[in-house]
Design a protein around this ligand. Structure first.
Ligand code: HEC
Length: 116
């Protein structure tokens, strides 16, 4: 009887340990979170210029700074998801942004709107 327990416990432990190591192997690599400085500035600079970039002569709401982008992110996403011709569509009078560009705005928001 005692032997049986020893064998049972040993077997159980081996199963546990092997599960541990296989669990480690399948752990996903962490995807870094998007930040304003790394991901948003370039996206905004190339798509919302010149209108929203004062240094480029833009006279619409400035999106060349973290504070304004953070405050307006919902409205920015709402507008870039509209279609050309819809009232409020952005970028104004230009083609709709690609899905992957729109995804940068959404993912940055989902990641917690980090500055850097
Ligand atoms: C060609 C010029 C132009 C470009 C490029 C442009 N916008 Fe605009 N934007 C405007 C104008 C004009 C308005 C004001 C009229 C309106 O509210 O629809 C405006 C207003 C906005 C507003 C409302 C701001 C407020 O005062 O509440 C948001 C949000 C916005 N734009 C987002 C964007 C985003 C995001 C981009 C880049 C993907 C972009 N726009 C690109 C011209 C532009």
């Amino acid at each position: 009887m005692k032997k049986f327990f020893v064998i049972a416990i040993t077997g159980f432990t081996i199963i546990l340990l092997s599960n541990c190591s296989s669990a480690k192997k399948t752990t996903k690599v962490e995807v870094p979170k998007l930040t304003y400085e790394t991901n948003m500035t370039a996206t905004i600079m190339s798509n919302c210029t010149p209108c929203h970039i004062p240094s480029k002569g833009g006279n619409k709401k400035a999106y060349d700074n973290y504070a304004n982008v953070k405050t307006d992110i919902d409205e920015m996403i709402r507008r870039i998801e509209l279609n050309p011709g819809d009232r409020g569509f952005m970028p104004f009078k230009k083609a709709k942004l690609s899905d992957s560009t729109i995804a940068v705005f959404k993912q940055w928001k989902a990641d917690g709107m980090l500055e850097k």
